[in-house]
Design a protein around this ligand. Structure first.
Ligand code: GTP
Length: 234
């Protein structure tokens, strides 16, 4: 199998790591996802991962708290997930490094762009924790930012729907899936692919996003070899 890209940024939602429990970590699910990441690494793809924290905490919906502090808690949640991913990848024999956007050097390397690129060139997966390291930014925006910084060819946004629809496919059986979209479609129509900050960053830096369903973890390898799945936003 030949990879369709040189370097990819995988955006995983925190919920994807929770499995059936919907919150917290289900380590078997984490291992399953990492086994697919391993397959992508084995065909020669350079891989960065940004993970959300929603399986533990969501800053923006906490409501009763100061937003900045709530977002700091969300960033810590992404670090828990990053460490879980790195542990699972290591167990599977995949070399991995964790870098965090807020320095916590006793736990992980600080985020240094050139070092991240060097790790990937050496075949290591790099997991980026803490989102962008700033409150008021989503981990989707962190994925867009890190993808731009490391010159990723594409962002794989692995979610729980198999693409982008014109309306909610769970509520409307006539919902139509888009095969491709432009970032302007996403921004103008308020499609729920990602927030507008993330979409603008990708648009301005020409980074396409492939949205697909991770409940079948093999979709990751399908996407990596360029099979037509999900919805491509470009
Ligand atoms: P190269 O030797 O440059 O190819 O990379 P390397 O990551 O193997 O070497 P390095 O000496 O930088 O790191 C060795 C180990 O220490 C790796 O597991 C790193 O992730 C880890 N490490 C490096 N810097 C830090 C840090 O600031 N904090 C923590 N917690 N770990 C670090």
């Amino acid at each position: 199998m030949k990879p369709a890209y040189k370097r990819i940024l995988i955006k995983l939602s925190g919920e994807a790591l929770a499995g059936e429990q919907k919150s917290g970590l289900d380590f078997d699910t984490v291992l399953k996802i990492c086994a697919s990441v391993k397959k992508c690494a084995e065909i020669g793809l350079e891989i960065g991962i940004v993970v959300g924290g929603g399986n533990f905490w969501r800053g923006r919906t906490s409501g009763k708290m100061d937003r900045t502090r709530a977002d700091h808690m969300g960033m810590l949640a992404t670090v828990i997930n990053s460490l879980a991913l790195s542990d699972a990848l290591e167990q599977l024999g995949v070399p991995v490094r964790v870098q965090t956007g807020i320095t916590m050097s006793e736990i992980a390397e600080p985020y240094i762009r050139n070092k991240a690129v060097r790790h990937m060139e050496k075949g290591r997966v790099v997991v980026f924790g803490c989102g962008t390291g700033n409150p008021f930014f989503s981990t989707d925006t962190a994925a867009a930012l890190r993808a731009a910084e490391i010159d990723a060819d594409i962002i794989f946004k692995a979610t729980n729907v198999d693409g982008v629809y014109d309306c909610d496919p769970k509520k409307n059986s006539n919902a139509v899936k888009f095969e491709t979209l432009t970032f302007l479609d996403v921004l103008n129509n308020g499609l729920q692919v990602m927030d507008s900050t993330a979409a603008s960053l990708c648009m301005d830096n020409n980074i396409p996003i492939l949205v697909f369903d991770l409940s079948d973890p093999d979709n990751l390898i399908r996407a990596a070899v360029g099979e037509k799945i999900g919805t491509l936003v470009k």
